[in-house]
Design a protein around this ligand. Structure first.
Ligand code: HEC
Length: 167
């Protein structure tokens, strides 16, 4: 009996593997990328890239175990949710007010230590931000938020088309 149940579970598990979620992958370097649109310090860009972009951009660097279902579905659902709320690849699509609000949210999650989500730091050791790194991101986000509301052209990336149009 136990053997039979084991084989049934094994078959069900094998069937699950046929349903792989759609992946969040793109090699496009969009004009709307946060760093292509706004001038942002390399030190901050590196941190966002290594700790946030997997769930908040158009391109995820997947760990091997997403090939195993239902783990992959769980991971993909977090990516989809995170990206729907904040997508750094399409950050320039936010109007000034939205961009400022999202930056305030970033300041908040850094201060509360609620991002990246816990499960992510278990397998991505680079994602464990130090207090100093959190403060650096929080400060940067708060400043950029204020500057965008005051005069957003002052904080544009000099290579962005909007910057060229206004200078
Ligand atoms: C493993 C995936 C993952 C990583 C990595 C991650 N996030 Fe998130 N993030 C999410 C999810 C999922 C949500 C939505 C949470 C919810 O709705 O409960 C979210 C929500 C947010 C929000 C709230 C947005 C809103 O409009 O409400 C902010 C801000 C945020 N994340 C910032 C960050 C920052 C900054 C980093 C990097 C330091 C980061 N996240 C890393 C998954 C992630």
């Amino acid at each position: 009996m136990a053997k039979k149940i084991f084989y049934i579970l094994l078959v069900l598990f094998a069937i699950l593997q046929l349903f792989q979620p759609d992946r969040n992958l793109s090699s496009e370097n969009l004009k709307t990328e946060l760093a292509n649109h706004y001038a942002i310090p390399d030190s901050v860009e590196v941190l966002l890239n290594t700790t946030c972009y997997d769930c908040h951009s158009n391109n995820t660097d997947y760990p091997w175990f997403v090939n195993v279902q239902p783990i992959g579905w769980y991971v993909q659902s977090k990516i989809n949710k995170g990206k729907a709320k904040l997508n750094f690849s399409e950050f320039a699509n936010f109007d000034k007010k939205e961009a400022a609000d999202k930056l305030n949210d970033i300041e908040n999650v850094m201060n509360k230590n609620s991002m990246p989500i816990n499960a992510y730091s278990w397998y991505n050791k680079d994602a464990a931000l130090t207090i100093e790194q959190r403060e650096m991101i929080a400060k940067w986000a708060a400043n950029l938020s204020k500057q965008i509301l005051k005069d957003s052209t002052a904080v544009l990336n000099p290579n962005s088309s909007l910057y060229k149009a206004t200078n």
